[in-house]
Ligand binder design. Structure first.
Ligand code: PMP
Length: 293
């Protein structure tokens, strides 16, 4: 049985329901977070919850709990489901508006949902062999439209990128911003390595400030590697020694082919592998939040 936290209580999955009049269903009016737990350690739980609060603030969406209460809900949901290694999804909807009105201020009952599922890792072959990506036609939504920093329930931009990647027969898409510079992947940040320096686009170029991205930048700096945030072109990617993508679900995945160009020697490179190994140890050991069983 999978326990879900919704609307102030823990219910069975089959009883976890929201209204068809919820603004999240009608308009995508809500936000979410994806988090991982590793052997009881919830990786960077505080950062994820704070990012949820930032998304909520941008949408003037009231959060019905404090940071600490949400952290406890996450730990309690894991504990009730006897999960230590899991994927956690937090969702906050605007709630019911009693009709089809767009007015968010008549919605008085935001729904806060916490779902946990057993999740260990993506198939090993992705890490051993790396993945292929293509540049997709869909561009990253501009920060002056719907900011990419808002993890809203309107993820259609990313859904379109996923469709384009699947149609091209590859695992992920490289999304450019409207100026044609590299922004990110569907749900991953993008890095490249050239001459021993690691580069990634700044968030102002359309990249979400990924929590894995930040952790990787810290780890790399701690390993004595120079890390730069700079405007990234497709040329930088094509001619890189290594390319990798980062995200909560994917962790650190090597990219070995982009738009038909083989990257490096066509296998995940040394920096990618070292960072992946370091990250795998880091997620297990360094965090203070532990699920109590
Ligand atoms: N970009 C987008 C658009 C995402 O949805 C995600 C996943 N949250 C990421 C990047 C990676 O962010 P994180 O490392 O925080 O999972």
């Amino acid at each position: 049985m999978n326990w879900i936290f919704i609307n102030g209580e823990y219910v069975r999955q089959e009883d976890a329901k929201i209204s068809i009049y919820d603004h999240s269903f009608l308009f995508g009016d809500g936000i979410f977070e994806g988090i991982r737990a590793y052997s009881g350690n919830v990786f960077r739980l505080r950062e994820h919850v704070l990012r949820l609060f930032d998304s909520a603030k941008a949408l003037l969406l009231p959060v019905p709990y404090t940071v600490e209460q949400i952290e406890n809900i996450v730990l309690e949901t894991l504990s009730r489901n006897k999960l230590e290694t899991a994927y956690i999804r937090l969702i906050l909807t605007r709630g019911e508006g009693g009709g089809f009105s767009l007015d968010p201020f008549i919605c008085k009952d935001p729904q806060f949902i916490c779902i946990t599922v057993a999740f260990d890792a993506f198939p090993e072959k992705y890490y051993n062999s790396g993945i292929e990506i293509v540049t997709v036609p869909t561009r990253r939504n501009r920060a002056d439209v719907l900011s990419p920093q808002v993890k809203s329930l309107n993820y259609l931009n990313n859904v379109l990128v996923k469709i384009e990647a699947i149609n091209a027969g590859v695992q992920d898409g490289l999304m450019l911003n409207t100026e044609g510079f590299v922004a990110e992947g569907t749900t991953q940040n993008v890095f490249f390595v050239k001459n021993g320096i690691i580069c990634t686009p700044p968030c102002s170029q359309g990249a979400l400030e990924g929590i894995t991205r930040n952790a990787v930048m810290e780890l790399a700096a701690g390993m004595g590697i120079t890390v730069k945030e700079q405007t990234v072109t497709r040329h930088d990617i094509y001619t890189a020694d290594e390319v990798f993508m980062t995200g909560t679900a994917a962790e650190i995945i090597g990219v070995v082919k982009v738009d038909g160009r083989v990257i490096g020697n066509g296998t995940p490179g040394e920096y990618t592998r070292r960072l992946y190994q370091t990250y795998k140890m880091f997620v297990l050991g360094s965090e203070i939040h532990t699920a109590q069983h």
